[in-house]
Design a protein around this ligand. Structure first.
Ligand SMILES: [Ca+2]
Ligand SMILES: [Ca+2]
Length: 128
């Protein structure tokens, strides 16, 4: 568990873009089954509280379709300094049949202090 910029505690995935201006890190995951119409991607993005205040990144999620084309389905800027986490939830109905999803963090300019934290990234049917 980590303490995050808004004071909450959560488990998740810590990522850092490459140390270049507009550098990025991308991890692609082969899913255990094809995406279905009622699937959503859920995650929350932000920074750990123990880091200083300069970080800012773009949280991005890409889906690879059955033809191998990648499409960016989430692209959200988060700033460490704002003290807030951001919602990265998105419906996956248009990508039913796909089996690969990628998480990407981009430096948005300067990569300093860009340790971006993904709280519980997951795919599951949306609860009514
Ligand atoms: Ca940055
Ligand atoms: Ca933030």
């Amino acid at each position: 568990m980590e303490t995050l910029e808004d004071g909450s505690k959560a488990g998740g995935l810590l990522t850092h873009p490459n140390w270049d201006d507009d550098g990025y890190l991308r991890g692609c995951f082969k899913l255990p089954r094809q995406l279905r119409e009622d699937d959503w991607f859920f995650a929350t993005g932000g920074f750990q509280d123990k880091y200083a205040v300069a970080g800012n990144v773009r949280f991005q999620v890409l889906v690879r379709d059955q033809q191998g084309n990648q499409k960016k389905i989430v692209d959200k800027l988060d700033d460490r300094a704002n003290g807030r986490l951001i919602s990265l939830d998105v419906p996956l109905a248009s990508y039913a049949g796909s089996k690969t999803i990628c998480l990407q963090v981009t430096a948005n300019g300067d990569p300093a202090q860009d340790a971006a934290f993904w709280v519980k990234p997951r795919i599951e049917p949306r609860k009514p």
